[in-house]
Write a protein that binds this ligand. Structure first.
Ligand SMILES: *[C@@H]1O[C@H](CO)[C@@H](O)[C@H](O)[C@H]1NC(C)=O
Ligand SMILES: [Ca+2]
Ligand SMILES: [Ca+2]
Length: 218
């Protein structure tokens, strides 16, 4: 349980939290992330890109001895994880290594410590450890981070997003993809989005909160 919690934190907690943010300080060129495609579906409806909302499984292993330190698939508490790609909600190596993935695709992504848990390590991950993730992407949808999407979501055009507006948007996206879901499904995503984005906790996501990672798009 301890390993699950610590890794869940470091994978999912956004970069504002200390132990995951060591790499934001550095502008050095990226050490290499190695990507092996294990399975690629014949039909690719959409390829993941920065700002997309991703639902995925991860299993994490230490490169050194193959021991497993994180398993979203087999752990009892493990559900597939939701996150926005490319904005620091997951370790940098996965932000890089999970680009251009199709729904259904599986990859093995080898991440040097600089782009994973760094010189200090974290929980069961020792210092300077290269880590290997087996990832499976379950869904890719247009995420909550592009200003184009913001305009679509903001139905009454008041430059802030309510839960209902976000829900309408998600429903449309999933219906478009031919996979409508039930209310609890949307509510879970929305809770997650608001937890990560509604920084002042006033119950709406302002344009500023929404766009915190993507000033270049304004
Ligand atoms: C981790 O790597 C850094 C930089 O190469 C080095 O200074 C440090 O001693 C290493 N730590 C361990 C525990 O090996
Ligand atoms: Ca609005
Ligand atoms: Ca707010």
């Amino acid at each position: 349980m301890r390993t699950f919690l610590s890794c869940a934190l470091c994978l999912l907690v956004s970069s504002q939290v200390g132990f995951c943010s060591f790499w934001t300080a550095s502008d050095e060129p990226d050490p290499e992330v190695k990507i092996e495609v294990l399975f690629k579906p014949e039909e690719c409806t959409r390829k993941s890109k920065k700002g997309d909302l991703i639902n995925a499984h991860y299993d994490g292993f230490l490169a050194e001895d193959g021991s497993q330190f994180y398993c979203s698939r087999t752990d009892k508490a493990g559900h597939p994880q939701w996150f926005v790609l490319g904005v620091g909600q997951i370790i940098r190596g996965l932000d890089v290594g999970m680009m251009d993935m199709c729904p259904g695709e599986k990859r093995k992504v080898t991440v040097p410590s600089e782009l994973a848990f760094g010189e200090k390590g974290k929980g069961p991950v020792p210092p300077n450890a290269t880590v290997v993730f087996e990832v499976e992407v379950l869904s890719v949808s247009r995420g909550p981070r592009s200003m184009e999407a913001f305009g679509h979501i903001d139905l009454d055009q008041d430059r802030s997003l309510t839960r209902d507006e976000v829900k309408e948007y998600l429903k449309l996206e999933y219906e478009k993809g031919g996979k409508p879901r039930d209310d609890p499904f949307y509510d879970k995503i929305i809770a997650d989005i608001f937890r990560k984005s509604d920084f002042d906790r006033d119950g709406v996501i302002s344009a500023k909160e929404y766009n915190i990672y993507d000033h270049d798009e304004l």
